[in-house]
Design a protein. Structure first.
Length: 390
């Protein structure tokens, strides 16, 4: 694998970093303070991003997106990690690739407006009794003529207040287990749809995480996304790349941002008549952070290259998810220690990064779930997962 970045890739990275520094970073304190982003501000950063070609870059060109491959997408996703989650969503709007399974008529209604930034989608899979066990959902879609009747309850749906339609998982064949789950496109204004609580979180200020209820919603055949009974497979095939970017790559980017702040603080903060960066124990925390970030980034690049080469990288994605998320947790924990009382104060962003980092080990599959995936794969495939010389 050749990881020498091209001039075009470096220009793309520089453009996104400059955009974040100029347009998004000044809004971070406001989002943290108010917990919301004004509609006019959201529209403004969307328009600026779209003008630079930075909106929906992960979607193929034929649908109006940027057409980036997995590797280039991860380069951008790493940069996204350097700012607040809500600002990423409004400015860059990575459209969920599961929508590429839309038929032409569905694309006109859901996919293409999402790529243009006219509509926004959230994925609705998690339920009170089914988090990591996505196949354990209770939401049901019962056949009704040529369509279905949808009933059930979802929660922790990210950005649910802002989104106007959802990809919803539901059981269509209770006897078939994970092969009896299908995906549906559901508009927020559907009769029988209601929004419950916005479930407050420890971090990720500004992004809603809502409950939603489906009370006998009538869905037509046009609402079925992909094939009936293949919803779990479709999720696994398309959300792996989302997991790699929105968790793995962003964790690397956020850890890099935190290390930038740590190094600067270690250079300028003096104790006992000298910069704290002169003390070996502080240097060790900085060095360990740099080592782990670089290792996580190389693993991320390896996984992205594998996706581009073969279309699959499930085990590598799990490796990245675990390693990058846990690296972020360790780096930001060290940052609190290096900053001392300032790192524990809400007057400094380190406290925000510390809270935001904790969810990375949980969402899109806990570290424990991904370790189980890797353990099972190792029992079947053996050294092929870690020995490139075979």
């Amino acid at each position: 694998m050749n990881f020498d970045l091209t001039d075009e890739q470096r220009l793309l990275i520089a453009t996104v970093r400059r955009f974040i520094h100029t347009h998004l970073a000044p809004l971070e304190d406001q989002v943290e303070r108010d917990g919301v982003l004004a509609a006019k501000t959201a529209r403004d950063i969307f328009e600026k991003s779209r003008a630079l070609g930075l909106y929906a870059t992960n979607i193929p060109i034929e649908f109006g997106g940027g057409g980036l491959n997995a590797f280039d997408t991860m380069l951008l996703e790493e940069q996204y990690g350097r700012t607040s989650d809500i600002l990423i969503r409004r400015a860059f709007g990575n459209v969920y690739e599961v929508l590429l399974r839309c038929t032409p008529s569905q694309a006109e209604r859901w996919l293409l407006p999402a790529v243009r930034g006219e509509r926004t989608c959230s994925i609705a899979i998690t339920e009170p009794g089914a988090g990591s066990d996505a196949a354990g959902i209770k939401t049901r879609a019962i056949r009704d003529g040529d369509g279905w009747r949808l009933s059930g309850h979802k929660h922790y749906i990210s950005d649910g207040l802002f989104s106007d339609f959802f990809v919803v998982s539901a059981v269509t064949d209770p006897e078939a287990g994970s092969r009896g789950i299908s995906l549906f496109l559901v508009d927020k204004d559907s009769a029988g749809f209601s929004v419950g609580r916005d479930q407050a979180m420890m971090g990720l200020r500004g992004t809603s995480h809502i409950e939603m209820f489906f009370d006998d919603i009538r869905l037509g055949p046009e609402n079925l996304l992909g094939e009936e009974g293949r919803g779990m497979r479709q999720v696994l095939e398309t959300l792996g790349r989302v997991r790699l970017g929105q968790v793995g790559a962003r964790a690397v980017g956020k850890a890099s941002k935190v290390l930038d702040l740590m190094v600067e603080h270690a250079r300028t903060r003096e104790q006992f008549g000298q910069p704290i960066g002169d003390f070996q124990l502080v240097q060790q925390m900085l060095a360990d952070s740099a080592i782990e970030i670089n290792a996580a980034r190389l693993l991320l690049w390896q996984a992205a290259a594998e996706i581009d080469r073969t279309g699959d990288g499930r085990e590598l994605i799990s490796m990245v998810k675990v390693h990058a998320a846990e690296t972020l947790g360790r780096v930001v924990d060290r940052a609190v220690q290096v900053f001392g009382g300032a790192g524990f104060s809400k007057e400094h962003p380190i406290e925000r990064y510390y809270r935001d980092a904790r969810i990375y080990r949980i969402f899109d599959g806990t570290s424990e779930i991904h370790r189980a995936v890797l353990g099972g794969a190792l029992m079947k495939k053996g050294a092929g997962l870690y020995d490139p010389y075979l």
